[in-house]
Ligand binder design. Structure first.
Ligand SMILES: CC(C)(COP(=O)(O)OP(=O)(O)OC[C@H]1O[C@@H](n2cnc3c(N)ncnc32)[C@H](O)[C@@H]1OP(=O)(O)O)[C@@H](O)C(=O)NCCC(=O)NCCS
Length: 160
């Protein structure tokens, strides 16, 4: 493939912010009750020529790396897996022992995607998204697949 994986740098900030707003409804996300601005985080993009076809952002806390956002704009071509692996390698280089992320109960595709790649469900917070919605009104009540969006599901993977 002619695609290239590149680390995000300060020149990417505006484009990343635009993507985050488009994909996640605002320039911030609320995860485990924290307001996080993904465009300000470390991350990686995959570009095909001038086109950005995938984006991942992450956050290192001690020996844990949290995947904050992951978006593939050409699904089923290995972009999601490549980005996830890139962040796992980055996390290892930062001396992390685990990677974790939070997704929501409706996101069956992501739940399958991560579990097939070594992640285990480690916690379920019923009603956590309902709480986030009180702060971020743009979080939809129901996902595109018809499932009400209510709960946070944490997945974790031992990487070292
Ligand atoms: C979840 C998500 C990131 C996956 O990205 P993706 O680019 O489709 O991921 P991949 O292409 O690496 O893998 C998807 C499937 O395509 C398959 N695939 C990969 N390359 C392929 C190829 N060349 N030909 C055919 N299939 C292929 C993979 O095997 C995988 O199937 P599997 O999960 O059953 O093993 C993407 O669906 C997405 O952006 N979703 C919306 C945002 C989201 O929910 N993000 C996650 C929550 S933070």
């Amino acid at each position: 493939m002619n695609k290239r994986i590149l680390p995000l740098n300060s020149d990417d900030l505006e484009q990343v912010k635009e993507i985050i707003i488009k994909e996640w409804g605002s320039d911030y996300v609320i995860v485990h009750g924290d307001i996080i601005h993904p465009a300000e985080l470390p991350g990686f993009k995959i570009v095909d020529g001038d086109e950005l076809v995938g984006l991942i952002t992450c956050m290192i806390r001690g020996q844990e790396c949290e995947v904050v956002t992951l978006n593939s704009f050409r699904e089923g071509e290995g972009i999601g897996e490549t980005l996830l692996k890139t962040v796992e390698d980055y996390a290892l280089s930062q001396k992390c022992k685990t990677c974790m992320l939070v997704t929501t109960n409706d996101n069956l595709n992501a739940l399958g995607f991560y579990q097939k790649r070594g992640f285990y469900i480690s916690a379920v917070k019923p009603g956590a998204v309902d709480e986030s919605r009180k702060v971020k009104f743009s979080i939809p009540l129901v996902a595109g697949n018809g499932i009400p969006i209510r709960d946070e599901i944490t997945l974790i993977k031992q990487i070292a």
